[in-house]
Design a protein around this ligand. Structure first.
Ligand SMILES: Nc1ncnc2c1ncn2[C@@H]1O[C@H](COP(=O)(O)OP(=O)(O)O)[C@@H](O)[C@H]1O
Ligand SMILES: [Mg+2]
Length: 237
């Protein structure tokens, strides 16, 4: 089943065409990777999907419903959660409080249930022993994982990760691939992942779309995309 459908999505910033007729579908349960050189339009596309900015043209559908003009809070209620390329945690609040805040859309829960659910998420992400520390005391890779834990607190159907491996060391990157697979399984998620680190994308994604200068130049299984001449020249050229 199609969870997210993009139909000829366009976005201009003044005279700059950041996205041109981008169309693809994310299928329920898959891990879909979006790659492309810096400035290709990846974050712009994420911002459009999550309702931070509107497309200049084209339509988007989530669970069959037209979401083209939906705002972020509406999309969060409908089951989208994201992390940011530049980490956005409440730096002075504790690790636990950051995840508790992630539950804000789930009004039916008592404070005690929110706390328990948060601790369970922290356990899964290997952060439970530091629940009481201010978020800013965590190492960079741990802050990225905390952001994912917070996003999961919403119980999303679609989790969007913008460059989750940025700033991580090689060991953390390797662990991240496993973690992404684990959370997909455990939470029955569909994941849309933007990533600069190509080996991570190749190892974790079921399908990959490649953006270059705002256009989707390739789409398919990692083995196929990796051999695509246009993709090779976009990355090397
Ligand atoms: N708010 C904005 N105003 C003007 N130009 C923007 C804005 N956001 C992004 N751009 C431009 O759109 C293009 C795509 O940027 P971006 O989506 O951040 O690329 P990526 O995430 O793939 O590195 C770039 O040329 C960038 O400078
Ligand atoms: Mg970006």
């Amino acid at each position: 089943m199609d969870l997210l459908v993009l139909d000829k999505v366009n976005r201009r910033f003044g005279g700059l065409i950041a996205l041109h007729d981008v169309s693809f579908t994310v299928v329920t349960g898959e891990i879909f990777g979006l790659i492309g050189p810096n400035g290709a339009g990846k974050t712009t596309l994420f911002n459009i999907i999550t309702g931070v900015i509107e497309p200049s043209g084209g339509r988007l559908f989530f669970q069959g419903e037209d979401i083209t003009t939906d705002r972020s809070y509406q999309l969060a209620q409908k089951g989208m959660a994201r992390t940011f390329q530049n980490i956005r945690l409440f730096r002075e609040l504790s690790v636990l409080e950051n995840v508790m805040i992630g539950h804000h859309g789930r009004r039916q829960l008592t404070t005690r249930q929110v706390r328990e659910s948060s601790l369970a998420l922290l356990e899964l992400f290997g952060l439970a022993d530091r629940y009481h520390l201010p978020a800013r005391h965590l190492a960079y890779g741990d802050q990225r994982r905390l952001e994912i834990a917070r996003a999961l607190a919403l119980q999303p159907k679609l989790l969007l990760l913008d460059e989750p491996a940025a700033g991580m060391n090689p060991r953390e990157k390797a662990e991240l691939s496993q973690l992404i697979r684990d959370v997909r399984q455990r939470f029955n998620l569909t994941i849309l992942l933007i990533e600069h680190h190509v080996p991570l994308v190749m190892s974790v994604c079921d399908r990959i779309g490649v953006l270059n200068f705002g256009e989707l130049i390739a789409l398919g299984a990692p083995e196929v995309v990796k051999e695509d001449p246009q993709v090779i020249s976009a990355y090397l050229g």
